[in-house]
Design a protein around this ligand. Structure first.
Ligand SMILES: [Zn+2]
Ligand SMILES: [Zn+2]
Length: 137
């Protein structure tokens, strides 16, 4: 499996080779703030599976003291894959991909902190926190 992704203006492009994990729809307050959405579709790709094709020098890296935070295109502001604090893998905002990654939503995560106006659709498991935590649906 090979899938490419890019930001809105096209300055930053990347490619993922090989299998990723399934998609987690994250409803946490951090994703809500950073992406401006009710929930954030993301998947995890091993560090050695993701390659920047262009614009790596255009990436603005913001991180909280915990290491969490968005990487964005400094030209258009689109979110981009972000290296996890452990350095072993990237969180990839699935909306940045330009074709079907071949994986689907495996669960809604951090449902315990979802917004009151957030309505969850579909039959995927709803988990109080991360994968492996208590299921609430
Ligand atoms: Zn851009
Ligand atoms: Zn989140």
């Amino acid at each position: 499996m090979r899938v490419r992704g890019s930001c809105l203006c096209g300055a930053v492009r990347f490619e993922i080779n090989g299998q990723t994990n399934d998609i987690g729809m994250c409803h946490c307050s951090l994703c809500r703030k950073v992406f401006g959405v009710a929930s954030n579709a993301n998947l995890i790709a091993g560090r050695d599976r993701l390659r920047w094709l262009s614009g790596e020098d255009k990436i603005t890296r913001f991180e909280l003291p915990s290491g969490w935070g968005p990487w964005r295109c400094s030209v258009c502001g689109s979110p981009l894959p972000k290296l996890r604090p452990d350095g072993g893998a990237y969180w990839v905002p699935v909306g940045t991909l330009d074709s079907d990654p071949g994986v689907r939503i495996a669960g809604h995560i951090f449902v315990g902190s979802k917004a009151l106006w957030d309505e969850i659709a579909g039959g995927a498991p709803q988990l109080l926190e991360g994968f492996g935590s208590e299921q609430v649906n």
